[in-house]
Each structure stands twice: as structure tokens, then as C-alpha cells.
Design a protein around this ligand. Sequence first.
Ligand SMILES: Cc1ncc(COP(=O)(O)O)c(C=O)c1O
Ligand SMILES: Nc1c(O)cccc1C(=O)C[C@H](N)C(=O)O
Length: 395
Amino acid sequence: MSLPKKELFDIPADVIYLDGNSLGPLPKGASTRAGEVIEKEWGRELIRAWNTADWIALPKRVGDRIARLIGAPEGSVATGDTLSIKVYQALAAAFKMRPERRVILSDRGNFPTDLYMAQGLMSTVDKGYELRTPAPEDVMDHISEDVAAVMLTHVDYRSGRLHDMKEVTERAHAVGAVMIWDLAHSAGAVPLDLSGSKAEFAVGCTYKYLNGGPGAPAFIYARPDLIESVEPALAGWMGHEAPFAMEPDYRPAMSTERLRVGTPPVVQLSILDAALDAWNDVDMSDIRKASLDLSECFIAEVERRCPVLKLASPREGELRGSQVSFAFEHGYAAMQALIDRGVIGDFRAPDIMRFGFTPLYLDEEDVIAAAKILEKVIAGELWRDPKYQTKSRVT
Ligand SMILES: Cc1ncc(COP(=O)(O)O)c(C=O)c1O
Ligand SMILES: Nc1c(O)cccc1C(=O)C[C@H](N)C(=O)O
């Protein structure tokens, strides 16, 4: 495999894109595929395309391609819906698996939607459920025998800090809890051995490192030995064993497909399918090595050029995902000034400037050039310009 594969992506020439950890860029093959699906398949075939273009098999086909990237076997990953929905499904299934327990353990750094979905689910079941959110570094000490499910985001969205998947899962299992991993910032970013971890569930999105485009479908993994006993709380017809039998009663599919809900987003799934071509000959250990090299280079350059920025990610590469964050009091304005100069990262409240490192389309030259532009913004205090002070709705 040769990295990077820049030529596969349509990135504006004047942009250094360090936000693929939030929304991946456009793969050239995705535009072509979207055009074909819309014009040829939908336009000419109309409803026949479910069979003639095999739209009906698309969710599983794409799930199998994701499975390879997350260390899971074929047939163990279902795709569709949004990640928030998939979090809800995994948690609801975990509640049913541990009916006598009442605690969900997460951490207070988790992405808000994961915590909100837990709170929403708790409000629909009987009283007495509790969501515990210790500091991320204290999670291991809180995995106790009253915990029904441990639900964690593997790579912290703000700091990039990694939980140890194997160690945490083993601890959860030692006390009889169900383990749910959110891989939003891990899939396509770090090597994963989901099967080896023995976690019951994992969920993730595909619009970040997998480059599936805004609103791309999410995925959910269930450990293969459980799949015939998992009770889907969202019992939609596409999770039925025979959707077109149109039976009045729900009968879950005898496969991971039972974790699907409704009609698959065919255009988005097709775009994702095309985006996944970039990963065909990619070994995640090569990606990891390149990502660590790029991140180390960026940290060294930024610390040398911009001493007022404080590293807010673990310094040790092995403890980080594929992003690097710096804390800076004027981080929002500084990020706007940086974006204005063609280096796109993002900002997370209260003071985090966040940069993603995606070896498929970034190299060391990009990283050094980005650090030099950041130096101009910080040393020249270009962020003081009033036009960078007003917060936009999406940061
Ligand atoms: C850890 C994590 N979970 C969930 C989400 C979002 O879920 P959804 O795709 O449903 O908006 C994100 C990012 O938006 C995330 O970083
Ligand atoms: N999903 C997003 C969206 O719909 C709009 C803007 C950003 C996002 C994100 O993915 C945010 C991301 N999960 C984060 O880590 O901050």
C-alpha cells in the first residue's frame, strides 16, 4: 500500500484539511457513484432498482466492508440510521440482558449525544436507572457489580485520549456488565480488534475517517454469539426475518440485520460504499504508524512555533487516537483566523483547537505548512480581528 492516496480525494487546492476527524472530505469516486445511483438507478430503474441494482443488499455489503476495518467478522455489522439511534439500540439491548441492574457507566467526557440518548432511554423505562459519569481516567474504578452497561467512546472527541479497549472490556465482564464501545473517532483512525476484545456491542459513524459524507449512515456491531438473543428495542420492518412477508407480528432476523430499523438511505450508503474503496488495500497498522508520525510532527512544530498553545491531548502517541488538541484561551477566534488562511481544523468549547490527522490524504509537508500558518495567526495575533469573534452556529 502506498500512502497517502491524495489523488482519490477532491480537496480544494488551497486547503490543508485537518478536520477529517469530524467530516471526511469528498472521495472522487463518491461523486461519480452518487451520480450513477441517482440518474441511472433511481432515475431509469425506479423501484425496480431494489432488485436490479441490488439496493436491498447494500446495508449488509457495506457493513461487511466496515467490519474488516474494525476487527470484526463478516455478518456482524449492520448499517443505517444515525449513531445516536445506534447508541440507543445498544443500550436498550443491554438493559434487557441485565434486567436486575440499574446503572449505566460512561464518562463525563463522552460526546453529549451518547449521554443524552442514555438519559432519554432511562426516562422511558421503569424508575431507578442511574447514569454514572466519572472522569475518564477514573472509569476503571467505577466498574462495579451494579453496572448493567459500560458505554464509552473509545477515542475522546475533545482530547483524543484513548480508553484501553481490552482492559476496560475485561473489567466490565469481570463484574458481569455489558460493554458498548462508541467507535466514532476510532473507525478508520486506529487499528481495532473488536472480536478479540469480546465486547458485546460497538457503534460508530461513517462521516468522519471513513469519508461517507455528511449524514452518512451509522453502524452497529453485535458479538456474533449474541445475535440470536439480542432483543431489538426498535423493531422496524427491515430488521424482520422476512420484511416482504408483511406479517403483522415482529419476528427478528436471525442475524445482525435485526439491528436495522427502516428503509436504508440508499444514496448515502452508495456514497459510503464508494468511499470505502479508498480502504481496499489499506492495513490499519500502516495508517496508525503514519498518523502517529504526522501527529508527532505537528506537536513538535506547534510547541516550537506557538508556545502559548498548550497540548490538551496525551503526549504519548499510544494513548491518543488520530487527533491532536491544543488549549488556547482565544481558541475559537484563532481557529477562524486559521480557517480563513486555508487550514481547516475546528474548535470545541471551552478552549480547544482540534486537529485531525488522516494519512490517506495528508503528508508531512501539509502538517509543517499548517503549523507555519498557525504560527502566523498566533504570533501576529491575527485572531484579534473582530470578524473572528462572532460564534457561528456550527463550530
Ligand atoms: C462519540 C460520538 N457519538 C455520536 C456522535 C454523533 O451522533 P450522530 O451521528 O447521531 O449525530 C458523534 C459526533 O457527532 C460523536 O463524536
Ligand atoms: N456530526 C456533526 C454534525 O452533524 C455537524 C457538525 C459536527 C459534527 C460532528 O461530527 C461533531 C463530532 N462528533 C465531534 O467530535 O465534535
